[in-house]
Design a protein around this ligand. Structure first.
Ligand SMILES: Cc1cc2nc3c(=O)[nH]c(=O)nc-3n(C[C@H](O)[C@H](O)[C@H](O)COP(=O)(O)OP(=O)(O)OC[C@H]3O[C@@H](n4cnc5c(N)ncnc54)[C@H](O)[C@@H]3O)c2cc1C
Length: 592
């Protein structure tokens, strides 16, 4: 089945959760209006459905291959990429002075959902290039920006992120790649990086690698890491391409999913050293890389939404076609469509509700990042940056966890046919599995949330957020609408549990950090469910005021509150007391 971009759902979320009308009214983006945003989402939807979606399954089967030292992407990939850049899609949220379209990140994230829903392996290439653009734009020298940004923004060149080494994955403090300063101000880079997405390919003339490496006299750990821009081909002052740099793709990983996305082993400096340019200051590379990683973390969260949406669409279609068992509509002696079975309907609503909750969390995070860059006052910018920082690990981890869960439910709805590659449901399940792992595993996201984000502003940032959700509880209760069912009560219980669990975390961070770390993952889930319910409830409130719009907004929010949010009080117990027994189990009792 062909992918259909959920334009109405995306627009509803943009308006009711991410407050698109407020962003438009703020005047921070000149000429932005709702019709333009809708037109962009619709056009992106057409491109996704007509160009990227048809390549998804053939790309999975063909995979990317390493041929004579160059990565060859699946048939049709290069042409699709060229169409993508000709359409200006690589430039959406980028600064105008370098050829970008100056659109809000929140609109670009809506488009990002569409690229990745129609073709996750393809979507990764522009996703990482965007992260590299952000890092370079924020911390690159004027010369580097002038030379590289216009070509990366136009999509003529792509970008990569080279962090991981065999001994340094989650803990980047152990990076060994070396950088040696040259008399002309450039650096020579030596070392091996693994798992580098789109580290090499033939779709463009040049690839801009952002590489973490260590100077000879650098302090140990994360304070001694610098960031370098290392092009595949050296770039002359006029932008033309020079000699091949000393960087090669030495191998491709064989993976369980995203087969078309090349995951490369990259060798830097096998000969004289790869020529690199410092981005930002020496030994402060991780700070700049975090700009790239935060943008990429949110975008990976959006990938979770994408795969969930795609798996849901396919499951719904199958559930309408497949006939098994007696159902309400089946005539005597005939079977009815499985969508009519209550258990299948529950599965489909679970898929829809989780997807929409995750979409809302991601788009709200994107909007806060926009405000943090553009708001008129420093105070507003800082408040938005703090809220985005709080929500980023939740956007990444909650959305990618639900991406896997929803893709798994999608396989289940297909029964045995879900386990057979032919239906395509299995590809989403395989593709989704990387999402909780890369861009910082979801375990690391949970630790980031608890140890770095909860203490922001002395706890004031999370308190303000909890207060915001409490406001929604008040609005839902005051609306007194019978079709909301127990939404208000459930949300009230959840926000109470979130407040209690947050307080407990605050106390543990000071007195027993191990207990806080042991509970970080259930805490993040609790937070994600509550935040998601809050945004769905706001969407339901808006729908209840509008005649005829979004018929499923209220039932979805109600289903979420009455069926999924009810896990939150239980998760609070796991957070506040589940670690006691866990930490008592000796490590060697787990087995060797
Ligand atoms: C397909 C693919 C594409 C990728 N693309 C890129 C890319 O473009 N660029 C790049 O640089 N990297 C990339 N990566 C690497 C990816 O980011 C890492 O795999 C990821 O960060 C985890 O590192 P690791 O694999 O070394 O796992 P490890 O760090 O060894 O982690 C193993 C497990 O231990 C847990 N763990 C580790 N440390 C802690 C801790 N302190 N506390 C609690 N739990 C912990 C983790 O959560 C995880 O569950 C990619 C990986 C894959 C598979």
């Amino acid at each position: 089945m062909t992918y259909r971009a959920p334009v109405d759902d995306i627009m509803h979320t943009l308006k009711t959760a991410a407050d698109l009308p407020g962003l438009i009214a703020s005047g921070l983006y000149e000429g932005l209006d709702e019709e333009t945003v809708r037109a962009i989402v619709e056009e992106a939807g057409k491109f996704g459905a007509e160009v990227l979606d048809p390549l998804n399954r053939p790309g999975d089967r063909a995979g990317s291959r390493l041929v004579d030292g160059t990565v060859v992407t699946p048939p049709g990939w290069k042409e699709a990429y060229q169409q993508f850049t000709r359409g200006g899609w690589s430039a959406l949220p980028c600064p105008e002075e370098y050829g970008g379209q100056n659109l809000p990140g929140v609109v670009s994230m809506a488009a990002c959902e569409i690229w990745n829903a129609s073709n996750l392996s393809f979507g990764l290439c522009p996703l990482l290039t965007q992260g590299a653009i952000d890092a370079l734009h924020t911390d690159g020298s004027e010369e580097l920006k002038a030379l590289y940004l216009p070509r990366m923004i136009s999509g003529e060149w792509t970008g990569t992120m080279n962090l991981t080494e065999p001994q340094a994955g989650s803990d980047l403090g152990f990076i060994k790649a070396k950088a040696v300063k040259q008399d002309d101000g450039t650096y020579r880079i030596f070392g091996t990086k693994i798992f580098i997405t789109y580290g090499d390919h033939e779709m463009v003339d040049n690839i801009v690698h952002l590489v973490l490496a260590r100077l000879p006299d650098a302090p140990p750990g994360t304070r001694g890491i610098s960031l370098f821009l290392v092009p595949k081909y050296l770039v002359n002052a006029d932008g033309s391409l020079g000699a091949r740099n000393d960087v090669v793709c030495a191998g491709l990983e064989h993976k369980i999913g995203i087969h078309a996305s090349p995951t490369c082993v990259m060798k830097f400096g096998e000969n004289d050293g790869a020529i690199g340019h410092l981005v930002g200051e020496e030994n402060r590379g991780l700070n700049t890389m975090f700009i790239m990683m935060n943008a990429a973390r949110l975008a990976v969260g959006v990938q979770g939404v994408s795969v969930a949406e795609r798996a849901t669409q396919r499951a719904i279609q199958y559930a309408n076609e497949r006939r098994q068992g007696r159902t309400a509509s089946s005539k005597p002696g005939e079977m009815g469509p499985i969508v009519e079975h209550a258990d299948v309907r529950r599965s489909i609503m679970t898929m829809k509700a989780l997807t929409q909750a995750a979409r809302a969390i991601c788009l709200v995070t994107a909007r806060e990042i926009d405000i943090s860059h553009r708001a008129g006052s420093e105070e507003q910018r800082q408040a938005a940056a703090a809220k985005a920082a709080l929500l980023t690990p939740i956007a990444k981890a909650f959305s990618t966890d639900i991406g896997c869960e929803v893709a798994s439910i999608g396989v289940q709805i297909h029964g045995g046919m879900g386990f057979v590659e032919e239906t395509g449901a299995g590809q989403y399940y395989r593709d989704a599995r990387i999402l909780p792992i890369y861009e910082g595993t979801n375990g690391i996201q949970a630790i980031d949330l608890v140890t770095r984000k909860l203490p922001l502003g002395g706890g004031a940032v999370v308190k303000a957020y909890i207060k915001e959700i409490a406001g929604t509880v008040g609005d839902v209760k005051a609306s007194n609408r019978p079709e909301f069912g127990r939404m208000g009560e459930r949300l009230e219980e959840a926000v109470g549990a979130l407040a209690e669990a947050t307080k407990w975390m605050g106390a543990m961070l000071g007195s027993n950090p191990d207990a806080a770390l042991a509970s970080a993952t259930p805490y993040l889930r609790l937070f994600g469910l509550t935040a998601g319910a809050h945004y769905l409830a706001r969407g339901a409130l808006a729908a209840s005021r509008e005649a005829g719009g979004m018929p499923l907004a209220i039932p979805t929010a109600r289903f979420f509150a009455e069926n999924l949010l009810v896990a939150v009080p239980g998760l609070k117990e796991a957070v506040t007391s589940g670690g006691d027994g866990l930490l008592g189990i000796p490590v060697d009792a787990l087995g060797a």
